[in-house]
Design a protein around this ligand. Structure first.
Ligand SMILES: Nc1ncnc2c1ncn2[C@@H]1O[C@H](COP(=O)(O)OP(=O)(O)O)[C@@H](O)[C@H]1O
Ligand SMILES: [Mg+2]
Length: 265
């Protein structure tokens, strides 16, 4: 099982979109996937075609980390109604905010890792849609992760924000979890004609080198349409959707490669 956190310092830059795109790529590859919605905004359920009923959620799991509570907070994505596969969601909740404190005890920081250990054999891939901050929830998510993806738009503050995120990953890696690796930064919502965007992407490439992930992700209406229809991008019709789906498959390929390298070393 490989665990990947999708993070950013700002909301609205594309964390949930990248999480869903990766889940779609994993679904197409037949991987057993669990998406954990750690963002108090809890948007992942919409795209995964999940009706939030009387289930328990991530806030319940973090307060009572027992296997029975975990199982009751995991729901099946509607994606699997028409195609075979395993895509599950550990439901999000605004109540999870109470764990998003600047400091966590040692026990708290390892809590998600312990929870995931109890379902280790059930999934090939776990994707954590993180809150847009570097507080307790994100650090709990990173401590449970093998890799972190930072998502940004190519804007004025993206360089500084990405730098801060990588620094925080590095601190956590040295202080708490040596296995954690930054996969890199996904640049999202790029408009190829925008000179400003080209400038910002070049700026990031100069500073972060190979940590700037190829592919970059273009601004595509098709992504919003697929999300609105709660359909994986790999099953959405049209040329633009095909291209975007291929890019998410490439991104998943990078995750596999990094994981295999880490296992060999
Ligand atoms: N590459 C993209 N092209 C077009 N729309 C996008 C793209 N990435 C994200 N969006 C849209 O922008 C909004 C915010 O994205 P979202 O993934 O929810 O951000 P976050 O999870 O970081 O808050 C959503 O409506 C989403 O559909
Ligand atoms: Mg989101």
């Amino acid at each position: 099982m490989r665990v990947v956190s999708v993070s950013s310092l700002k909301g609205g830059v594309g964390k949930t979109t990248v999480t869903l795109g990766l889940a779609s790529a994993a679904f197409a590859e037949g991987l057993r996937t669990l998406v954990i919605d750690m963002d108090p905004q809890s948007d992942a359920s919409t795209g995964l075609d999940v009706i939030v009923g009387k289930h328990l959620n991530i806030a319940d799991v973090l307060s009572q980390p027992r296997t029975s509570v975990i199982r009751q907070s995991i729901v099946t994505s509607g994606w699997t109604k028409s195609h075979r596969g395993t895509v599950h969601l550990l439901l999000g909740s605004p109540q999870v905010m109470r764990f998003d404190t600047p400091t966590l005890t040692k026990r708290e920081i390892w809590r998600l890792e312990e929870i995931l250990a109890s379902i280790e054999n059930d999934y090939d891939l776990v994707l954590i849609d993180c809150p847009p901050s570097l507080n307790g929830l994100t650090r709990m998510a990173w401590t449970a992760s093998d890799q972190v993806i930072v998502v940004t738009e190519p804007g004025l503050f993206s360089v500084a924000a990405t730098q801060r995120a990588f620094k925080a990953v590095d601190e956590l890696r040295r202080g708490v979890s040596p296995r954690l690796k930054p996969l890199g930064v996904v640049v999202n919502r790029v408009r190829p004609q925008s000179i400003e965007h080209q400038f910002r992407i070049n700026e990031m490439r100069e500073l972060f080198g190979s940590l700037v992930i190829e592919p970059i992700f273009l601004e595509r209406a098709t992504l919003q349409q697929a999300q609105g229809a709660a359909t994986p991008i790999h099953l959405w019709p049209g040329e633009a959707a095909d291209e975007t789906a291929r890019d998410f498959t490439r991104l998943l390929g990078l995750i596999h490669r990094e994981h295999d390298t880490a296992r060999r070393s």
